[in-house]
Design a protein around this ligand. Sequence first.
Ligand code: CO
Length: 204
Amino acid sequence: MLDDLKANNRNWAARKTAADPGFFKRLEGQQAPSYLWIGCSDSRVPANEIVGLDPGELFVHRNVANLAPPQDANYLSVLQFAVDVLKVKHIMVVGHYGCGGVRAAVDGQRRGLVDHWLHPIREVCKDHKHELDTITEDVAWHDRLCELNVIRQVRNVASDVFVQDAWARGQSICVHGWVYSLSNGIVTDLDCSVAGLEDLERLA
Ligand code: CO
């Protein structure tokens, strides 16, 4: 099986070079992506492919259920590098409908460490209990929780000191919340974009 992957890799590199002989040489020098993608680890949500971006164009952080937890050193390191060094213009938190992580957060089963990781989603669920209680259909209920989780993570990113300090310096950064549909491949913008402190207050 791995031999197939290695053969695929050789073919891919050859195709890239054939289409653009300077492609890898250019990238070797530096990366200058304008976007940071914070998405779910789910194998059905391949970041670059969905938005048609090449290597070098998208800085990517993925974890189970696309979380941006303010105490997670991995996420924070990615965020700081993206904001302070790469100076990305846009940060998109991208959830997806049918997210197994979101479902696992609230199904009451015990799985171990991941139950701790998913704790923020149970908080989102609790905070939006009134709205969620009005949705009787199971898939629609979970899909709405996926959306609410994205919006909460947008708030986390926009509330972070790295982002707020960048705004104070006059750096332009907009944080967006998107959700991806596994059933048709389409991304929906949840219209919760935050480009500064006033937007953040409206969102909260
Ligand atoms: Co997921």
